[in-house]
Design a protein around this ligand. Structure first.
Ligand code: ADP
Length: 217
């Protein structure tokens, strides 16, 4: 099953994607995590991505196409994948559809996580993130050791600074929100999930929404 997660920054796609991936036994592919790891390792992909990420702009579609192609060709995704933040523009949705079509697969469903503006800003500006596993935490100061004991330290992501947050929300409205309509007009079920409330409640809502989706594999 191939599931695309959509929703503004701070809606909880990463957290929910992780939990859904564990439930369904398929991997989560989070392009933001891949890029941050590449930045940390100083790879050519990371050097290119960093130019855009810190200010909250999107990495060019041409870069994403290569990442999506590699991810979907990997044996890891043979049984499916949860794509978190991997589709942020209509051209990216088109590229992913073409990549999948070439291997006789398709996106089975889109989960659209929805939260109001004030809540998104509150979540993004109050979180810290592990510089190794990239898990976000609430209420822990930068510099704290990661509670997952992986040797990482919690940092404030550069794109979680106030100016970058506003830019990410604007970029979402302008470039990513139209992706929802693109999927709807291309016959892919889009399930809206209320992303406000307990993490486990939101996971239950998402799992319930997926029960109605016909599976291709
Ligand atoms: P968020 O979704 O909360 O903004 P992510 O950690 O998913 O955060 O992504 C961080 C950054 O990585 C984005 O702001 C963007 O610069 C880059 N990025 C990740 N995925 C994509 C994508 N599919 N297209 C363009 N840029 C991307």
């Amino acid at each position: 099953m191939i599931i695309v997660l959509l929703g503004p920054p701070g809606a909880g796609k990463g957290t929910q994607g992780e939990l859904l991936a564990a439930r369904l036994g398929i991997p989560k592919i989070a392009t933001g995590d891949l890029f941050r790891a590449a930045v940390r390792d100083g790879t050519p992909l990371g050097i290119e991505a960093k130019k855009y990420m810190d200010s909250g702009d999107l990495v060019p579609d041409s870069v994403i196409l290569g990442v999506l192609r590699d991810a979907m060709a990997s044996t890891e995704t043979a049984r499916g994948a949860i794509l978190d933040g991997a589709v942020r523009t209509v051209p990216q949705a088109e590229s992913l559809a073409a990549v999948l079509k070439s291997i006789d697969r398709k996106v089975d469903a889109v989960l659209l996580f929805d939260a109001n503006h004030a809540e998104l800003i509150r979540r993004l500006s109050s979180r810290t993130t592990c510089d190794i596993c990239q898990t976000p935490f609430k209420g822990l100061e930068p510099g704290t050791a990661c509670p997952r004991n992986d040797g990482g330290r919690l940092i404030r992501r550069k794109d979680d600074e106030p100016e970058a947050i506003q830019n990410r929300l604007n970029v979402y409205e302008e470039l990513t929100a139209p992706v929802v309509a693109w999927y709807q007009t291309h016959g892919v079920p889009v399930e809206s999930i209320d992303a406000i409330g307990d993490v486990t409640d939101v996971t239950m809502r998402a799992a319930e929404a997926l029960r109605h989706v016909p599976r291709a594999d």
